[in-house]
Design a protein around this ligand. Structure first.
Ligand SMILES: [Zn+2]
Length: 281
């Protein structure tokens, strides 16, 4: 019959373009994960976010497709700039040489310069002094830089908070942090470690640090994290390029989170999405 020439379905085989295949797979994912996990649990998800973000991996080859989380349009918006800033910030601190392809670095720098010019200036133009450091048995001069605090306030802390909401969703099989929960974020740069301002104190404050479970580990670009979730609190420790660390605390009781006034805290809700909570005066 003539029509069979055109109808491959009857042969149980068909061609689908790569783009269409992705659309289909996203549709299935969103049917199974219908609510945005980043704004409190009442807004429909229409897009997919990745945790860790794809930009941390060369050529965006993410280790496992499981690191997808549902997000609404608003919560997904603006993420790529933050992801790029965090990736570049971490990469510039890596003192151990890694074989990072030039093309990847170039693209990353171009992205940050276009999407986050203030962050780019903060990383590239901060005043610096040379200090000798011993890295892997060899002493070399490194530039110790002052970085404008705006890069933390505007980019890195909100980025870390977003990772917290996404990772919580992934590690609880789809629980969504409520608007009353609080997320504490704290970056620990390689300078903190050299200055022996050890993060141990912070880790202890979060409890159960000895029992942290190993999360994702990607050796190529060195993104890894450990985590622990309990009834009342949770903790994620992200290691970026073995150089900087991000401490994340999750508190279901906002009063508990408010006990340490210096902590940078975030909350979320349907109206505003993830936002920093002003400390009590
Ligand atoms: Zn949302």
């Amino acid at each position: 019959m003539e029509w069979r020439k055109f109808c491959w379905v009857n042969e149980r085989r068909l061609f689908v373009g790569e783009a269409k295949k992705k659309v289909l797979s996203n549709k299935i994912f969103l049917d199974e994960h219908p609510i945005c996990c980043l704004c409190g649990g009442t807004v429909a998800a229409t897009t997919i976010e990745h945790a860790p973000p794809k930009v941390f991996f060369v050529n965006k080859v993410v280790p496992a497709a499981t690191h997808r989380v549902p997000a609404c349009e608003r919560c997904n918006n603006g993420s790529s700039g933050m992801d790029q800033v965090a990736a570049l910030f971490a990469l510039t601190q890596a003192t151990v040489h890694r074989d990072i392809p030039e093309t990847y670095m170039d693209k990353l720098m171009r992205g940050v310069r276009n999407n986050a010019p203030t962050a780019f200036a903060a990383i590239a133009n901060g005043p610096a002094e040379l200090v000798p450091l011993r890295v892997e048995g060899k002493v070399d001069d490194y530039a110790r830089m002052e970085v404008d605090v705006l890069i933390f306030n505007d980019w890195l802390n909100p980025w870390a908070a977003k990772q917290a909401y996404a990772l919580y969703y992934l590690h609880t099989d789809g629980d969504i942090l409520s608007p009353s929960s609080r997320v504490m974020v704290q970056w620990v740069t390689n300078a903190h470690v050299v200055d022996e301002q050890s993060p141990d104190e912070l880790l202890r404050a979060l409890g159960n640090y000895g029992d942290l479970r190993q999360g994702v580990r990607n050796s190529e670009l060195q993104y890894s994290y450990k985590w622990q979730l309990d009834e009342e609190i949770g903790c994620f420790v992200l290691m970026l390029h073995d150089a900087s660390m991000v401490m994340i605390g999750i508190f279901h009781d906002p009063e508990k989170a408010a006990q340490v006034p210096e902590w940078t805290l975030f909350a979320t809700n349907a109206e505003n999405g993830i936002h920093q909570v002003q400390p009590k005066v």
